[in-house]
Design a protein around this ligand. Structure first.
Ligand SMILES: [Mn+2]
Length: 411
């Protein structure tokens, strides 16, 4: 009997205002093929189906189309839990309808929920699952006054842990054949590794509520987790895995393979295998010190044979001010190579003198915000140390970038 564990789809996500629907659609087609090829009996989704509580129509369509296609496969049981990005109410709307198709959507913590039996193609129960969604504040406890950080930490951790232990006991009571018990969760496990971008939003009061898997009953066969976007196994304690997100959700999430996990149960013993998900679009980070470096770097990084969707680039300009006209030129170069620059960032490692010198004399109205800032800084250089100048430039560039994104969003 095979269970496919996947997580953190974040359907409807946008990356610098670009829709990810195309990549998600390719992923779901790929996933469907894996389910057929591997003869998967059960699909287990550990949360963050959608990126936001009120997802776009196109992302809802991806979700329902995929679930309806599953009906044509051997995958007869689907278990989906809500993550911290999901709206429990939104997922709940279709939950009773989906339950008729053996698709169980668990949106809120229900302490006495009946565990779900997972059956093989012969209809024999091979595992049981006590599904636990992302535990929200109201499921755990409310803030107590006059409590210090350590006390809050302790209380949160105990509340989460006892929830898991209780869910295990519930499963054990409903397990006459003594088949493997599987728990789920959407949380931070102790020793879990966040991505560099920290695209996992802090939960449980700045991640205070870490689950220590070493404290869980050893009779639990598998803990299927979501929330951390990098696929990983948690060392120590019961067998615990994060399936990880299927696509990189930021430019920082490109340096590892994204995968799904196949959990195979043979004679009550469990074995997990990762299957790498192909890249459907290349995300590239380029760091340049001058204009010419851009095309050189692009050419070394791009796979000219690639038939993937256009590459998306994040371009870091190091000690080099990229004006609006340079942006247009760089964008044209990118487009000639089937790529598009989604974001420019600035980083300054040297004081600003050389940039100020480089700015040609021109009408004040034609200066960019960055150039104006550099000139202001130049005028006040006697009061500002070189070190502070670098920091100010980097901070200003960052603030300006955010302001420009915010403005774009408003439109
Ligand atoms: Mn997530």
């Amino acid at each position: 009997m095979k269970i496919l564990h996947t997580s953190d789809w974040h359907l409807g996500q946008t990356l610098h205002f670009q829709s990810r629907d195309e990549e998600h659609s390719h992923f779901l087609d790929w996933l469907f093929e894996v389910i057929q090829k591997e003869q998967i009996d059960c699909l287990l989704h550990t949360g963050d189906v959608f990126d936001v509580g009120n997802p776009t129509n196109s992302s809802r369509e991806l979700y329902f189309t995929f679930l309806s296609k599953l009906q044509r496969t051997n995958c007869k049981t689907t278990i989906i839990i809500a993550g911290n990005h999901d709206s429990p109410m939104m997922l709940q709307h279709s939950a009773s309808l989906l339950a008729n198709l053996q698709i169980f959507v668990i949106t809120t913590a229900q302490k006495f929920q009946q565990p779900i039996e997972i059956k093989n193609s012969l209809g024999e129960t091979c595992a049981i699952c006590s599904p636990i969604p992302y535990l929200r504040d109201q499921d755990l406890m409310l803030y107590k006054q006059d409590e210090n950080i350590d006390e809050t930490k302790e209380r949160l951790r105990n509340a989460i842990e006892s929830y898991y232990i209780e869910a295990f006991h519930k499963a054990q009571q409903n397990n006459p054949k003594k088949v493997p018990i599987i728990l789920t969760g959407h949380l931070v496990a102790h020793k879990g590794e966040m991505t560099e971008s920290q695209s996992e939003r802090p939960i449980h009061r700045q991640n205070f509520g870490e689950l220590h898997t070493t404290n869980l009953p050893s009779e639990i066969s598998y803990v299927a987790l979501g929330h951390l976007h990098k696929p990983q196994q948690i060392n120590g304690g019961v067998l615990t895995r994060y399936a990880g997100s299927p696509i990189p959700l930021s430019f920082q999430e490109v340096n590892y393979h994204h995968s799904i996990t196949i959990v195979e149960i043979i004679d009550n013993s469990i074995q997990t295998t990762q299957v790498s998900i192909p890249r459907f679009r290349m995300l590239l980070r380029i760091s340049i010190r001058n204009f010419d470096e851009f095309e050189q770097q692009l050419l070394t990084s791009l796979d000219v044979e690639s038939t993937l969707s256009p590459t998306w680039i994040e371009c870091e300009c190091k000690d080099f001010i990229v004006t609006d006209s340079i942006k247009v030129e760089l964008q044209t170069i990118a487009q000639n190579h089937n790529a598009s620059i989604l974001k420019f960032t600035h980083i300054f490692t040297e004081p600003n003198k050389q940039f100020a010198d480089a700015i040609p004399t021109k009408d004040i109205s034609s200066f960019t915000e960055m150039e104006m800032f550099v000139m202001t800084l130049e005028q006040s250089k006697t009061n500002v140390t070189e070190e502070d100048q670098k920091d100010l430039l980097t901070t200003f560039a960052e603030a300006l970038g955010q302001f420009q994104e915010f403005n774009k969003e408003g439109k």
